[in-house]
Structures are given as structure tokens and as C-alpha cells.
Design a protein around this ligand. Structure first.
Ligand code: NAI
Ligand code: MG
Length: 366
């Protein structure tokens, strides 16, 4: 037993394929004296096939105990006919809900070799490394009252933006903790100019900062101005913290500054556990990609970078995380590309396993 426990849930489609490459990296760290206590279990369609439910209670219980959960992807056409209550996605939703993962982390990181992939100018994105922290369990997607009703002879649709102080304070703490492991800078975004919930957001973030994180540099920005600044000069940011709705938009915007779905990791964090580590689920942003599943075409980098996030944010192994990211950078600089990273030119793509092996080889050489 080590004091680093990791639950791996490969899931469906390309999930197991990309996770097999992460296993190679975990094994390599094991040879370097950085060992993990790894267990593996089923989620999504794979769990449904075995147990008739997309997440077995035992798996849920295990997820609550470990330091970090690493998930591949869930879903696929085979399961489209299932009842909503047992769809593969329900397994993932149950994990997020029962672990109470209120802070969703979406990095936007640009590897120099892929800077040409961006829709923005190369010098705007080269070297970019920012983190969007989106509040995930409250706000306008959950607030009451909600619904569609009739007033006279027209229909009215209602959603309510509602935040409590404690909901704002806890996600602000997640952002400040992350900033301390990165560039020590947080920009909070809301619309305090037109929304009362935005005024409260700004006040609470400032209060948490002043009382607990005075060492972190804090600024505030209206979210619409933030969207402009993200496309104008994204490198001015380190950590951005924002609510569920603005975070949904800004995290997708920021992700696409740097390119392909096969490259994008994510994390969802909850409250600190007894050992001080936050509850945590790491997963690539992409889905199970049924169109390429089973063909060795999937890009494993999104899942590998999700593991790197786990190293940094759950295990305090920032140096190891840097190493993984540098190894990814190095194979890309060598010109290695899975099919999703190729344009129309005639270069031959490498397979999922070749990409994973090349990253491990770079680690070994580092
Ligand atoms: P998707 O992300 O699976 O695929 C979208 C496109 O990107 C496809 O053309 C796919 O081949 C490509 N792609 C995705 N990841 C890639 C990778 N690592 N390397 C190379 N190419 C990659 O999204 P889609 O097609 O909308 O959904 C497919 C299934 O996945 C559905 O059942 C959906 O419900 C599920 N899904 C699951 C998610 C999760 O587990 N978190 C998230 C999104 C979708
Ligand atoms: Mg979205």
C-alpha cells in the first residue's frame, strides 16, 4: 500500500484504449519510486453490461475513499436504446453528484508544436497556460423557480441565478489553492454591474481572499469583458474563477484557443478530505468516440494530461506533472501526430499505443 490511491474507470469506446497508455505512465513512475495504489473498475455502458447499472454501489463507495478517480469516457450507440435512468452518462453524473464536485477545472494550455492549429495568431497562444475554474453544482442551471408557464396568452420561460455565500466561498477557495500551485494569480469574473448574484460573488471572493489568501494576486472582471480579453491576450491570465453559466461558455472558448478535443484534460474537485486532499475526478473532455473506437486511432494525450493534473492537484507531485507535460511537448515537437492532429497533408499518423510509448520513452530520457 502506498499513500497515493487512484481509482481508474476506463469506461466505454476509446476510454479503455487511452487509459491503457496512462497505465504505461503510471507503471513508469512506479519504477522511479513514485508508486500508486491503483484499482480499476467499471463505469458507463461497461458497468451496465456487467451489473445492469452504469455505476455499481461498490464502485461509488470506492470513489469516495480514494485520493483521485481517473475516468476515460462513457457512452456509445449500443446504449442509446436504454432507459434514461440507466444510460451510461448517469454513471458519470452520479459520481459528480455524490462526490459533490463543485469546482470544474478546464486548462487551456498551448504546446508550441501545435500553435499553428489555433484560430488565433501564433504569438497570442504560444506558451499559453491558463486554468478556468467553473462552479459546477449551483447557479442558473439549478436555481428555483424555473420552468415554462402561461401568463395571459403567452408563454414565459424562467430560470433563476441563485448563489449562497458558502457556494461562492468554497469554489473561490479551490481557485486560490490552485493558483498557489501555479502562477499565484486569480481573476474572478461575473456581471456585478447588472446582477445582484454577481455583486455577492465579487464580495465573497474578495472576502475569502483577504481573510485566507492575501498572498495570491486577485482581480475582478466583468465576464463579457473577460471573453474579449481571453481572445485578445489570454496570456494575461493564470486562474479564472467564475459561475456555472459563464464558466460553461468561457471554458469552451478557452479550450478552443489551443485546438483539438484529443488534447483537452479536465478535473472536477470537491471539498477537502480528512487528509487535506480535495475529492477529485479527472477525465478527458472528449467522449467515447465510437466512430474511431477499436481502431487504435484515439489520441491518448487528453487522458494522459488528465493524469498529469491528478499528479499536480491531488498528489502534490508538481515536478512529476511537469515531466509528463514536457514529455508530451517533446513528442509533439518531434512531429508525432495521432490522426486527429493531422491536417490534410500526407504525413502518416501514429497509433494510440505508439503515442503512449513515445511519451514513456521521453519520460525515461528526461
Ligand atoms: P466525442 O468526444 O466522443 O467525439 C467527437 C469527435 O471527436 C469524434 O469524431 C471523435 O472521433 C473525435 N475524438 C474525440 N476524442 C478523440 C481522441 N481522444 N482522439 C481522436 N479523436 C477524438 O463526442 P460525441 O461523438 O458527441 O459522443 C460520442 C459518445 O460519447 C456519446 O455516447 C456521448 O454521449 C459520449 N460522451 C461522453 C462524454 C464523457 O464520457 N465525459 C463526453 C462527451 C460525449
Ligand atoms: Mg459546454
Amino acid at each position: 500500500m502506498t499513500n497515493r490511491s487512484l481509482l481508474i474507470l476506463p469506461g466505454d469506446g476509446i476510454g479503455p484504449e487511452v487509459m491503457a497508455e496512462v497505465r504505461k505512465i503510471i507503471d513508469w513512475f512506479g519504477t522511479q519510486g513514485i508508486a500508486f495504489d491503483v484499482s480499476e473498475d467499471l463505469v458507463g455502458g461497461a458497468a451496465y453490461d456487467a451489473h445492469g447499472t452504469p455505476l455499481h454501489d461498490d464502485t461509488m463507495a470506492k470513489a469516495q475513499e480514494v485520493d483521485a478517480v481517473l475516468l476515460g469516457a462513457v457512452g456509445g450507440p449500443k446504449y442509446d436504446v436504454l432507459d434514461f435512468s440507466v444510460k451510461p452518462e448517469r454513471g458519470l453524473l452520479r459520481l459528480r453528484k455524490e462526490m459533490d464536485l463543485y469546482a470544474n477545472l478546464r486548462p487551456a494550455q498551448c504546446f508550441d508544436a501545435l500553435a499553428d492549429f489555433s484560430s488565433l495568431k501564433k504569438d497570442v497562444v504560444a506558451g499559453l497556460d491558463i486554468m478556468i475554474v467553473r462552479e459546477l453544482t449551483s447557479g442558473v442551471y439549478f436555481g428555483e423557480p424555473r420552468g415554462i408557464h402561461k401568463e395571459g396568452n403567452e408563454r414565459v420561460g424562467i430560470n433563476t441565478q441563485r448563489y449562497t455565500e458558502s457556494e461562492i466561498a468554497r469554489v473561490a477557495r479551490s481557485a486560490f489553492e490552485l493558483a498557489r500551485k501555479r502562477g499565484n494569480k486569480v481573476c474572478s469574473m461575473e456581471k456585478a454591474n447588472v446582477m445582484e448574484s454577481g455583486i455577492l460573488w465579487r464580495d465573497v471572493v474578495q472576502e475569502v481572499h483577504d481573510a485566507e489568501y492575501p498572498d495570491v494576486e486577485l482581480s475582478h472582471m466583468y465576464a463579457d469583458a473577460g471573453a474579449m480579453q481571453l481572445t485578445r491576450w489570454p496570456k494575461q491570465f493564470d486562474v479564472i474563477v467564475t459561475d456555472n453559466l459563464f464558466g460553461d461558455l468561457l471554458s469552451d472558448l478557452a479550450a478552443m484557443l489551443t485546438g483539438s478535443l484529443g488534447m483537452l484534460p479536465s478535473a472536477s474537485l470537491g471539498a477537502p478530505m480528512a487528509n487535506g486532499r480535495p475529492k477529485a475526478l479527472y477525465e478527458p473532455v472528449h467522449g467515447s468516440a465510437p466512430d474511431i473506437a477499436g481502431q487504435g486511432k484515439a489520441n491518448p494525450i487528453a487522458c494522459i494530461l488528465s493524469f498529469a493534473m491528478a499528479l499536480r492537484y491531488s498528489f502534490d507531485l508538481g515536478d512529476a506533472a511537469d515531466k509528463v507535460e514536457k514529455a508530451v511537448e517533446a513528442v509533439l515537437a518531434d512531429g508525432l501526430r495521432t490522426a486527429d492532429l493531422l491536417g490534410e497533408e500526407g504525413t502518416t499518423p501514429v497509433s494510440t499505443a505508439e503515442m503512449g510509448d513515445a511519451i514513456v520513452a521521453k519520460l525515461a530520457a528526461s
